[in-house]
Design a protein around this ligand. Structure first.
Ligand SMILES: [Zn+2]
Length: 297
């Protein structure tokens, strides 16, 4: 059993262009825009060096978060995985490296939310590989909720948690006839002033073409029978990574990580429902491989 990971120099081979990879790049666009134009990101023209830079920023972030009070040992492991593998890229010895599954990690954000949502939506929308256009329409809904951080309890994460729990309850109650399934993701950011939290809600719904769009107190976009390519780009943008987790003030991110750890699996920020329901399993390639390895015994 490994107890401590030493940072290694990854050896990247090529950028990947599956639809899910394109969705992942769209979700990381806010970060990639530091180096690249939107046009290049859309085309997948991302130099391998960019991924090395992202890996380095993520490793430095671990150090800053620990200096700011993050207690990674609470994560139940004695190591904190400097070698969490990047997404959307082919690399040597990929199977040796294990995802960290930490809230702040942009790679695990893509693995756990974007890939999982894309895979589930694709499974429902395109019954077989010859189907080019979705059999249903896709609704993309977003809204933001601002929550004052209380003066005496400046971080008030218990309130953030209960607001998200309420929103999760409402997400499945939308009056949408024939709703086939959906997924919702909540992202959390603290304003630079530290005065309020912003909770961003992103929901994707699969609905029959004849179903009118519901009233929604935020922005709503409808993809009419989209192609896989359209779905990937729009879904990635919808589930955009909140870059403050990686480059914003480390103190509140450290608090958030500690709080989530203390709440165990109870503080959930991702839901799937209907035919998009997954069994709550994270997109953990390492865990899947363990299962497969066991199968072969
Ligand atoms: Zn990770």
């Amino acid at each position: 059993m490994i107890e401590e990971e030493k940072p290694v120099q990854f050896r990247f081979e090529a950028v990947r262009y599956r639809h899910a990879d394109n969705a992942g790049r769209q979700a990381l666009k806010p970060l990639l825009r530091r180096w690249l134009s939107a046009r290049k990101i859309d085309a997948g023209v991302v130099p391998l060096n960019t991924y090395h830079d992202l890996v380095e920023i993520r490793r430095r972030r671990i150090e800053h978060l620990i200096q700011s009070g993050w207690l990674p040992e609470l994560a139940g492991r004695r190591w904190y995985r400097p070698n969490c593998p990047p997404v959307g890229i082919l690399m040597e010895y990929r199977r040796q490296y294990h995802p960290c599954n930490q809230t702040f990690c942009p790679f695990c954000w893509v693995r756990n939310y974007v890939y999982q949502t894309y895979d589930a939506a694709e499974r429902v929308l395109y019954p077989d590989k010859y189907v080019k256009r979705a059999t249903l329409d896709v609704l993309l809904l977003t809204r933001q909720h601002h929550l004052a951080a209380q003066a005496r309890r400046p971080y008030g994460l218990d309130r953030v948690e209960s607001v998200i729990a309420d929103m999760r309850g409402q997400a499945t109650l939308l009056p949408v006839p024939g709703l086939a399934g959906g997924a919702s993701l909540w992202s959390i950011q603290l304003a630079d002033s530290g005065e309020y939290w912003t909770i961003g809600e992103s929901t994707l719904l699969l609905v029959p073409t004849e179903t009118p769009s519901p009233w929604w107190p935020g922005t709503l976009e409808r993809l009419v029978s989209p192609s896989r390519k359209q779905l990937a780009y729009s879904l990635g943008g919808l589930l955009s990574y909140p870059q403050a987790l990686l480059i914003g003030p480390p103190e509140w991110v450290a608090r958030l990580l500690n709080y989530r750890r203390a709440r165990g699996g109870n503080f959930r920020t991702f839901s799937t429902y209907g035919r998009m329901r997954t069994r709550g399993q994270r997109y953990d390639e390492w865990a899947l491989r363990q299962l497969r390895d066991e199968d072969q015994v």
